[in-house]
Design a protein around this ligand. Structure first.
Ligand code: CP3
Length: 341
C-alpha cells in the first residue's frame, strides 16, 4: 500500500508515511562514494545511472515511504541556457539576469532535450521500485528559482530581487511568467515519465515582502498547479512555501495544492486549524534536532505525531537533512514514526 499517496488523498493510514527533504545527499557515505565519480554536480544529476542509484539509496537504507527524484531546482535555469555552476564548498553560482536583454537571451529550444535524462531517471527508478514506495518528482517554485537567477547565488538578502519587484515589476513578472511556463511543462514531463506525486520547493518564500506575496508566490504556484492538474488530475502536488508564516493558510486555500509542507518555525497545530479541510500537512521536525538526536528528538517526534493524529499527515523535516547528520539518527526517526500515532 502506498501510504504517501493515501495521505495525499486525504486518508489517515495507521501510521503516517515518512520521507525527508534532501534525504539523498552528502550525509550518506554511499552518496559520497558515487558523487566522487562525477566531476560536476549538474553532470551527476543528468547521468541517469547515477541519479537512479542515488534516488534509491535512502529507500534501501532506511525504508522510507517515498523517494524524491535526485535532481536539483537549478537544472531549470541551466536548461534555459543560463550559466550555472556549483562551486565546491560555496554553493551555486549563476550569471545573474537583471535586464530584459539578459532575459531575452534565455531560450526554450534545448529545454526538453537537456532535461530528458531526468525523465530517464524517473522511468528507471519506477522500474526498480518496491511496490509500497512512492516516487516524488519536483521543481523549484518560480520565486525561489528566480532568486538564484537574479542574485546569481544563494544566501544573500535578496536585494536585487526585491529591488526589481518594487522598481521594475514588468521585468520581474516577465521572469516569473517564463518560469511558470517551463516549470509546468517540466513537471508535466515528470508525471508523464512516472512521477507519482510532485513537490514545488519555495525555499525562500519567507523573504518576499508581504504586499508582493501573491504575485511572487501564490499566483505563480496556482498557475503551475492548474496546468499540471489539467493533464494529470490524479497526481497530487505538495507545496513547500518555507517560512511563509501568516500567508500559509491562504497559500493552502488559493494555490490548489493537495498538501502543504511546513517549516520548523511554524506550529503544526496552528496550521492544522488554519488550512482548508482536506489539505494534507507535511513536516516539520527541526533538521538540527535530527542531527542532535537523543531523548529530545524522541520526545519532539512523539509530540508531532500526537498533534497530527486524525489529520492527513506526512512526516518530514522542516527543511532538508543537514550534511553532518548521523545516519543512525535517521534510522531511529524512521522507526519512531513507524510505531504509529
Ligand atoms: O534528497 C533530495 O532531496 C535529492 C534531490 C535534491 C537536491 N537538491 C540535491 C542536491 C533536491 C530536492 C534539491 C532541492 C534544492 N536545490 C533546493 C530546495 C530545497 C532546499 O534545500 O531549500 C534548493 C534551494 C537547491 C539549490 C541548491 N542545490 C543549493 C543551494 C545547493 C548547494 C548547497 C550544498 O549543499 O552544497 C545545491 C547542491 C545540491 N543539491 C546537493 C545535493 C545532494 C549537494 C551537491 C554535491 O553533492 O556536491
Amino acid at each position: 500500500m502506498k501510504t504517501l499517496l493515501q495521505a495525499l488523498r486525504g486518508e489517515v493510514p495507521a501510521r503516517p508515511p515518512i520521507w525527508l527533504m534532501r534525504q539523498a545527499g552528502r550525509y550518506l557515505p554511499e552518496y559520497r562514494a558515487l558523487r566522487a565519480h562525477a566531476k560536476n554536480f549538474i553532470e551527476f544529476c543528468l547521468t541517469p545511472d547515477l541519479a537512479i542509484e542515488v534516488t534509491l539509496q535512502p529507500v534501501r537504507r532506511f525504508g522510507m515511504d517515498a523517494a524524491i527524484l535526485f535532481a536539483d531546482i537549478l537544472l531549470v535555469p541551466h536548461a534555459l541556457g543560463q550559466k550555472v555552476a556549483f562551486v565546491e564548498g560555496e554553493g551555486p553560482r549563476l550569471e545573474p539576469i537583471r535586464t530584459a536583454t539578459a532575459l531575452a537571451q534565455l531560450s526554450d529550444s534545448q529545454f526538453a532535450a537537456t532535461l530528458a535524462p531526468v525523465m530517464q531517471t524517473i522511468a528507471g527508478v519506477r522500474s526498480q521500485f518496491p511496490a509500497d514506495v512512492t516516487l516524488i518528482g519536483f521543481a523549484g517554485a518560480p520565486w525561489t528559482v528566480a532568486t538564484y537567477m537574479i542574485e546569481g547565488e544563494g544566501g544573500t538578502d535578496y536585494e536585487h530581487c526585491r529591488r526589481m519587484m518594487w522598481s521594475d515589476p514588468h521585468l520581474f513578472s516577465a521572469i516569473i511568467d517564463r518560469l511558470v511556463d517551463v516549470t509546468a511543462s517540466y513537471l508535466i514531463a515528470q508525471a508523464n515519465a512516472g512521477a507519482e506525486a510532485l513537490q514545488l520547493f519555495d525555499s525562500w518564500a519567507g523573504v518576499v515582502p508581504a504586499a508582493l506575496f501573491d504575485i511572487a508566490v501564490i499566483e505563480p504556484t496556482a498557475r503551475i498547479v492548474k496546468a499540471v492538474k489539467t493533464l494529470h488530475p490524479d497526481v497530487p502536488i505538495i507545496g513547500f512555501p518555507r517560512a511563509a508564516g501568516s500567508h500559509l493558510s491562504r497559500y493552502a486555500a488559493q494555490t490548489g495544492v493537495n498538501a502543504v509542507g511546513v517549516d520548523h518555525m511554524t506550529d503544526l497545530c496552528a496550521v492544522r486549524a488554519g488550512v482548508p479541510k482536506g489539505t494534507t500537512i507535511q513536516g516539520n521536525l527541526d533538521p538540527v534536532l535530527l542531527l542532535a538526536g537523543g531523548a529530545a528528538m524522541d520526545r519532539e517526534t512523539r509530540r508531532l505525531l500526537a498533534a497530527m493524529q486524525g489529520h492527513p499527515f506526512i512526516f518530514n523535516l522542516g527543511h532538508g537533512v543537514l550534511q553532518s547528520t548521523p545516519t543512525d539518527h535517521v534510522a531511529r526517526l524512521v522507526s519512531l514514526v513507524g510505531a504509529g500515532y
